[in-house]
Design a protein around this ligand. Structure first.
Ligand code: HH2
Length: 347
């Protein structure tokens, strides 16, 4: 097994910014101050097992291991803007599902006019970016035809290109849809297969020059919840990102255009989802923007018994867990409520 070395920043419980914070005592994750990470867990895994040790921020800076210094530099490097969005505070991606069968809102915005109206409402509520998808990737969903997917999303993107002021993202696993959506005005690609589903996707994204979300999933939507297994879900997802970053860079997509998303609910049990939520900050040392999509997902139902339509409170709690771990983009259905929760968290 190739060795894994990771830094998981740990935030102090008191998250308040008094203005007089000693920056030398904190890790500037992604170049930001808040959340204030004062320590880190250093995790090393090889074929003999996994070791964990805790260092304060000054101890980490003084550590002689050059591999840690390299990870620390990536961790603290300010993230350049993506599709015009800066990352000095968490950004909200509003979900626009142009599908008959999405798990939380399937069918509600299936025609173009309803989808455009919904998207404009999310923009008015404070979304920073709109994610338009024409294929449900909920557990058990079947593949759809690429032409049908284009018929769903392209008219919505074309309309929003002139009517919305914020950038548009295309949620797809198909290179043909990526290419046509980019030509219609989408500025970001969001692929739940991390550019693995379609062999042309890496080259297509390299060619368009668009930033891309690489989301982790184990298996395909049709079968992914059958029996997901990991040696250590957090470290396995971390190693998956290392491999996808290398594949993307080799294909000509630079690291500063990559966004990493652990893929809550995609080939994961409740325990896997909770382990990932608790350790999200580990992904920052890979040097990319980190995104979280937990909105209305099944793990909230498993914890509380709430059906998808009643999972707003749990979704807000998950969004704040993400914000507290320095996640830069939150993908949500309920933009106004998330905006309010973040305003209180940030104050
Ligand atoms: N989740 C869904 C779809 N796309 N993309 C990213 N990057 N991260 C996610 O967590 C994610 C995603 C599933 O949610 P939704 O779009 O609401 O449902 P459906 O796939 O049924 O349309």
């Amino acid at each position: 097994m190739e060795e894994t070395l990771a830094i998981r920043p740990i935030a102090e419980l008191d998250n308040g910014d008094t203005g007089g914070r000693d920056r030398a005592r904190c890790l500037a994750v992604g170049g930001r101050g808040k959340p204030w990470f004062t320590a880190a867990e250093i995790i090393a895994r090889d074929r003999h097992g996994t070791t964990r040790r805790r260092l304060s921020a000054p101890q980490l800076r003084a550590d002689p291991d050059p591999r840690l210094a390299e990870l620390l530099a990536e961790l603290e490097r300010p993230r350049p803007a993506v599709a015009g969005l800066s990352f000095d505070a968490p950004r909200i991606m509003g979900i626009v599902n142009v599908t008959p069968d999405s798990f939380a809102d399937g069918g509600r915005y299936f025609d173009t006019a309803a989808a455009v109206d919904h998207a404009l409402r999310l923009e008015a509520e404070g979304a920073d970016i709109l994610d338009i998808g024409g294929e449900s990737t909920r557990p058990g969903a079947a593949d759809i035809d690429v032409e049908e997917e284009c018929r769903r999303v392209l008219p919505v993107i074309e309309a929003l290109r002139t009517q919305a002021r914020i950038p548009l993202s295309i949620d797809t696993r198909h290179s043909e849809v990526m290419r046509r959506a980019a030509a219609a005005g989408a500025r970001l690609v969001n692929d739940v297969s991390a550019l693995r589903h379609d062999p042309s996707s890496l080259a297509t994204v390299a060619q368009t020059g668009a930033p891309v979300v690489l989301m982790h999933a184990q298996g395909d939507p049709a079968t992914m919840q059958d029996a997901p297994r990991y040696a250590d879900v957090v470290l396995d997802v971390y190693d998956f990102f290392r491999e996808r970053i290398a594949a993307s860079e080799a294909a000509g997509i630079p690291r500063n255009r990559l966004i990493l998303d652990p893929g809550i609910g995609f080939g994961k049990t409740l325990a896997h989802n909770l382990a990932l939520l608790a350790a999200l900050s580990i992904f920052h040392a890979l040097g990319c923007v980190v995104m979280l999509g937990a909105s209305r997902k099944s793990f909230i139902g498993h914890l509380t018994g709430a059906p998808a339509a009643d999972r707003l409170p749990g979704s807000l709690a998950a969004a704040l867990i993400g914000a507290a771990q320095g996640v830069q983009i939150l993908r949500v259905h309920d933009v106004a409520a998330t905006r309010q929760a973040l305003a209180v968290w940030q104050a």
